[in-house]
Design a protein around this ligand. Structure first.
Ligand code: PMP
Length: 415
């Protein structure tokens, strides 16, 4: 298929790819075909350049100085917070906390909010498809509180069994934390429906939006979620920065997660008064460059448009599904009706690592293993791992042709 062909009517994919210098690299003598976007996306020049521009022009500590550089850095940092607020349609910037990423965001909620609302004999609900970063913090919290962690089951297509969820929730449930889009199955979960049910029991809901942020418009007011976390590096931004959204009423009621500079209003030898939101949760010098450049990544996504990104990615997914079907002997793990642009699979009888390393020799980057969802892959689906090809709008139909040819080669070598 022609690499120029795209449904992004206003954007030329070949030109857009030129904004991503890494996509012109060669691996094993072949042009790289990067299908590991769910692990981290590649970065456009606007993001790469914004990092050096920050250090070249306004590097200074934020919120601390009256000198010009500090004021400029603070302004850029706070402008970026406002962009993040708009990006997810939060009510005010007090609800936008800069964190390292999704993992830190969820740990913050589990440690500060979770410790407050979960007690002995209580229950927390997550699902069988959670990433370790939305499982281990709740497991540890429940262990320490003598509370019970319950899992919404997943059917064979990789969808949540919502009927079971409705049977599970009761007056002991204190919190629900759920992945919006599964990183190993691609399933887009019916989070609005779950939030509505949860709220009818007065139970707050945390959303892990790590995979949602790059692929769909998030509206926290429409969703009515209580907390939501995502990472910059999966949405074309830098590593080490992400956002935790929390409803103001919750954040106000929570104790700080860490103590130190920035998060205080006043300190005496005897007592500390904490800062206002969101600074109460931003102890120490933050990742200033990362936070500012997250705003550049938001600009990039908005320039492309969510709908354009979605349409292009669905075209790539449909094409890949068609080719995978033609190869045969491929079992796809995760065939939900509502699915994002990734395919987790195994070629019958072939270990995922063998498939992954042969593809690497052909310049094709896929991920193999548990994808940080070991219980889901090993206990629920009883597999030693899967191969995961995760797409971004900058992937081409020609790259998918190469992936399919690579898989046929793997098959001919082992079967
Ligand atoms: N949740 C999901 C669904 C993810 O895909 C990831 C990253 N693989 C995370 C959480 C953790 O994100 P991070 O490592 O950026 O904190």
């Amino acid at each position: 298929m022609d690499t120029q062909t795209s449904n992004i009517e206003t954007i030329d994919i070949t030109k857009l790819r030129e904004e991503f210098p890494i996509l012109s690299r060669k691996i094993s003598g072949e042009p790289i075909a990067y299908f590991d976007n769910a692990a981290t996306s590649q970065k456009p020049l606007s993001v790469i350049n914004a990092i050096s521009e920050y250090y070249e022009t306004i590097n200074s500590n934020v919120h601390r100085g009256i000198h010009t550089l500090s004021e400029e850095a603070t302004e850029a940092y706070e402008n970026s917070r406002e962009k993040a607020r708009k990006f997810i349609n939060a009510q005010n910037t007090g609800e936008i906390v800069f964190v390292k990423g999704t993992t830190e965001g969820i740990n913050l909620v589990a440690s500060s909010f979770g410790s407050k609302v979960v007690g002995e004999g209580d229950e927390v609900i997550i699902s069988e498809m959670e990433h370790h970063s939305n499982l281990v913090p709740w497991q540890k919290l429940c262990e320490s509180k003598n509370a019970k962690l319950k899992f919404i089951p997943v059917n064979d297509k990789g969808e949540l069994i919502t009927d079971e969820f409705r049977k599970m929730i009761n007056e002991k449930t204190k919190l629900i934390s759920l992945v919006y889009i599964s990183n190993s199955l691609g399933t887009v979960n019916p989070v609005s429906e779950i939030i509505e049910t949860a709220h009818s029991f007065n139970v707050p809901v945390v959303l892990d939006a790590a995979q949602a942020a790059p692929h769909m418009k998030i509206d926290v007011q429409k969703l009515d979620c209580d907390f939501l976390a995502f990472s910059g590096h999966k949405m074309y931004g830098p590593t080490g920065i992400g956002i935790l959204f929390g409803k103001e009423k919750h954040l106000e009621s929570m104790p700080p997660y860490q103590y130190g500079g920035e998060m205080i209003k006043s300190v005496t030898y005897d007592k500390t008064v904490f800062n206002v939101l969101p600074y109460k949760f931003e102890a120490g010098t933050p990742n200033i460059a990362g936070a500012i450049v997250l705003g550049t990544a938001v600009d990039f996504i908005e320039r492309l448009g969510h709908e354009n990104i979605h349409n292009r990615e669905m075209q790539l997914l449909t094409y890949a599904n068609q080719l995978f079907g033609e190869i045969g002997d491929i079992r796809i793990i995760g065939t939900a009706e509502n699915k994002t642009c990734l395919i987790s699979f195994i070629i019958n009888g072939i270990h995922p690592y063998d498939t992954g390393s042969i593809l690497d020799n052909l310049g094709i980057a896929v991920r193999t293993g548990f994808h940080c969802t070991q219980p889901l892959i090993e206990q629920r689906f009883r597999l030693p791992g899967t191969v995961r090809a995760s797409f971004a709008f900058y992937n081409t139909f020609e790259e998918i042709d190469r992936l399919a040819a690579g898989l046929s080669k793997v098959k001919s070598m082992f079967l």
